[in-house]
Design a protein around this ligand. Structure first.
Ligand SMILES: NC(=O)C1=CN([C@@H]2O[C@H](COP(=O)(O)OP(=O)(O)OC[C@H]3O[C@@H](n4cnc5c(N)ncnc54)[C@H](OP(=O)(O)O)[C@@H]3O)[C@@H](O)[C@H]2O)C=CC1
Ligand SMILES: O=C1O[C@H](COP(=O)(O)O)[C@@H](O)[C@H](O)[C@H]1O
Length: 500
């Protein structure tokens, strides 16, 4: 692997502590980092290199999935790190950073490959990119890359402006836009599931699929992020990025080549084919909700409006459900439903593919459930197939059974999303990063919804914390003769699962 410098803006922040340092350490332990690497952390405060290294160490001890913390190895790893204080608006600080980067490149005999990771608030993204260019940090003999966190813009206009600014300093192929859902193993697995299994490939289309349901439910509330979340809501926080990315990965046709270009080409076709919503159609296809108080895991929890930092008369959506249509020959007539919400009954991100149930007439007296393919993404990674089978304990009645494949055995060995994504970026593989075109088209689809929310044309339904969201989201499916799968059946179905 080529030697390089990894420059982390926002190295004193929450994301660095919880995700980025542990990911770098895990990669190091797995020998997936270059042998020669310089890592430079930045924040406004004054810290010595060793104070910073202590912070990195603490974060690894608190958050690394590795149970073994070999002190000697940790020392070698920590020695990669240096700290420089920097305010994003100070040209002088960028000059100081450049000197440190060069000094380390000389000391360690590194090629001038420079990765800039922006783990800071989005309002700093363009200033940092510009200062990287103006300071000379971006002039290298090797490659330069920019990893950028979400959110990428606040709406279509601001996303376009941001992209324009970034493109003055970095080429599109140098920009790695993180969507951490694309780093989740089961999301990365979707393409193999659909296209490496002829048996599934043959039914992965409108002729056999009745509808697709994508859920990302969370039990947590707004936590300490009200300042950001109250301006964003579920629509910007989850739908514009993660939910639409999962939808693209699920609905894409088989790429000619399974590589970054091939997958992006097919994903783009999906997002380009999403039927645009007119503002006046939004209330019929989108359900927005906001949680009120309730009980979760036996604990009383406050409503959204009582959360610290939330405007007490906020109309921010903490739940969104949507019905989408893909105007592409592969998916004609197949509704895709998505829903995401905070303070829901369970933490679960999953895709349920409901197959058409056409051969049912013979079993009229015995209601037959449709076949389902259930892909659990988070927190469990699981694939199950719901089939129908005669139940000898129930007079031979045909009842659903689940054939279940679970990744539990692999357990701690599976790299986390940030590990996979940082590894890919270090290796120049952009397959599982969001391309600008995907981001722009996602915002284009979402913009009429933002307008309708802002104009208050869409009812804001209250839902109880600990529920599955507002009842109106059930109606969205009922109108087409469907229901959300698994909501109440999850526990009840456990005894019919066959583990493989
Ligand atoms: N935390 C999370 O779970 C997630 C975060 N993200 C995104 O990651 C990014 C970082 O989030 P998070 O770590 O939570 O944010 P924090 O607020 O915890 O950290 C912000 C970082 O930015 C630095 N910073 C603030 N102002 C300046 C400035 N003027 N000049 C230089 N550095 C500055 C802070 O350093 P200091 O105060 O020392 O100057 C700190 O290191 C954001 O874009 C967020 O949306 C995305 C997904 C999840
Ligand atoms: O990006 C975000 O994702 C998290 C949920 O991520 P998960 O990996 O735990 O499913 C969400 O809580 C947060 O609001 C959002 O910004």
């Amino acid at each position: 692997m080529e030697s390089m410098t990894f420059v982390l803006f926002g190295a004193t922040g929450d994301l660095a502590k919880r995700k980025i340092f542990p990911a770098l350490y895990n990669l190091y332990v797995d020998q997936k980092l270059p042998q020669s690497i310089s890592i430079i952390g930045l924040g406004r405060g004054e810290l010595s290199h060793s104070e910073f290294q202590e912070k990195v160490k603490d974060s690894i001890l608190d958050f690394s999935r590795r149970l073994e913390h070999d002190a000697a190895n940790m020392g070698e790893f920590l020695d990669y790190f240096r700290y420089s204080s920097l305010d994003v608006n100070s040209e002088e600080d960028f000059q100081q950073l450049l000197q440190l980067v060069k000094k380390r490149e000389d000391e360690l005999d590194l090629t001038q490959n420079r990765m800039f990771y922006l783990s800071v608030a989005p309002e700093f993204f363009d200033t940092i990119a510009l200062n990287i260019k103006n300071s000379g940090l971006g002039q290298t003999n090797g490659w330069k890359r920019l990893i950028i966190e979400k959110p990428f813009g606040h709406d279509l206009k601001s996303a376009r402006e941001l992209n324009k600014k970034l493109s003055r300093a970095f080429l599109e192929e140098e920009i790695y836009r993180i969507d951490h859902y694309l780093g989740k193993p089961m999301v990365q697995n979707l393409e193999a599931l659909a296209f490496a299994n002829p048996i599934l490939q043959s039914v992965w289309n409108k002729d056999h699929i009745a509808n697709v349901q994508i859920t990302a439910g969370e039990t947590v509330g707004v936590e300490k992020r009200a300042g950001y979340y109250d301006q964003a809501g579920a629509i910007r926080d989850m739908v514009q990025n993660h939910m639409l990315q999962i939808l693209m990965m699920t609905a894409m046709d088989k790429p000619e080549k399974i590589n970054a270009a091939g997958i992006r080409h097919e994903k783009r076709k999906v997002i380009e084919s999403l039927r645009p919503l007119k503002e006046e159609d939004v209330p019929y296809n989108i359900v927005r909700g906001q949680y009120i108080s309730g009980e979760l895991n036996g604990q009383k929890v406050p409503g959204y409006l009582k959360e610290p930092g939330v405007n007490p008369s906020s109309t921010t959506d903490t739940f969104v459900a949507a019905r989408l249509w893909i105007d592409h020959p592969s998916w004609t007539g197949v509704p895709f439903y998505i829903r995401t919400g905070k303070r829901m009954k369970e933490k679960s991100t999953r895709i349920v593919i409901e197959f058409k149930n056409k051969e049912n007439e013979q079993y009229k007296n015995n209601q037959i459930d449709p076949n389902l393919l259930i892909i659990e993404i988070n927190p469990n990674e699981n694939i199950s197939l719901q089939l129908n089978s005669k139940n000898p304990l129930n007079n031979g009645k045909v009842t659903p059974i689940r054939i279940n494949f679970s990744n539990e055995q692999i357990g701690l060995g599976v790299p986390e999303a940030y590990e996979r994504l940082i590894y890919d970026a270090v290796n120049g593989d952009s397959t599982f990063f969001a391309h600008w075109k995907e981001v722009e088209l996602s915002w284009e689809w979402v913009q009429p919804i933002l307008n309708a929310f802002e104009g208050n044309f869409v009812p804001l339904h209250e839902y109880q914390s600990g529920s599955y969201g507002p009842a109106a989201s059930d109606s969205l499916l009922l109108e087409n003769g469907f229901k959300w799968w698994l909501d109440e059946k999850l526990q009840e179905s456990k005894d019919t699962v066959l583990h493989i």
